[in-house]
Design a protein around this ligand. Structure first.
Ligand code: GLU
Length: 204
């Protein structure tokens, strides 16, 4: 289990997300990733290594958009590779998911989804969440989250950015908290993700 941060507000999301991920480094991790929503599209940058290193290589903090999610991964299922870093998407590439925890029944879900034509991009247990959300997308955001959770066994906190820029979070036996700042909203797995300094002076 590692770190999740999401931000939606009036400031550029990526620098805030990188700053939060840096402050949650004490939890230990092997990879870093961020997704931002900008001009109707989702953009993902991710890779193995430390927050500052991956940020330097990929210029994560220069990603545009006022909405975004970030993750540091501690691999439990699938090797430490760029592809296995979070966020994950599904076949239509129009959602981004970051997950903490373990989906115990991911093998059977992956088999079922693959038989139905889904193509997986990673070896992680987490990616099944993105594909299940896609399967249930006709039920709306809340409906797709509820139907997806009905299929999951294990412990999880996950946060999703949907194709309309909505950020939604779900938790089951893993921490996830909401923060309200003067000019935006946060969701994080750790209170340190919300303790903002220069990046967001309005937050208390
Ligand atoms: N089980 C997931 C993975 O291996 C999430 C690990 C975590 O909590 O960082 O990608």
């Amino acid at each position: 289990m590692c770190s999740i941060i999401g931000y939606k507000g009036k400031q550029s999301a990526a620098p805030i997300l990188v700053d939060s991920l840096k402050r949650m480094e004490y939890r230990g991790y092997d990879s870093v990733g961020v997704a931002t929503f900008n001009n109707g599209g989702l953009f993902v940058k991710k890779g193995t290594g430390k927050v500052l290193e991956v940020n330097k290589n990929l210029s994560i903090d220069s990603m545009s958009g006022l909405i975004g999610i970030g993750h540091t991964r501690w691999a439990t299922h699938g090797g430490v590779t760029d592809k296995n870093a979070h966020p994950h998407s599904a076949c239509k590439n129009n959602i981004a998911v970051v997950h903490n925890g373990i989906i115990e029944n991911y093998k059977e879900l992956k088999q079922e989804l693959t038989a139905a034509g889904h193509v997986f991009a990673s070896e992680t247990d987490s990616e099944v969440i993105a594909h299940l959300l896609e399967v249930h997308s006709d039920k709306g955001i809340k409906g797709s989250l509820i139907e997806t959770c009905k299929r999951l066994k294990g412990t999880y906190a996950f946060v999703v950015v949907f194709q309309d820029g909505t950020i939604a979070g779900v938790r089951y036996e893993e921490p996830l908290i909401i923060g309200v700042a003067n000019d935006g909203y946060f969701v994080s797995s750790d209170v340190l993700g919300l303790t903002l300094g220069a990046a967001c002076p309005g937050f208390v």
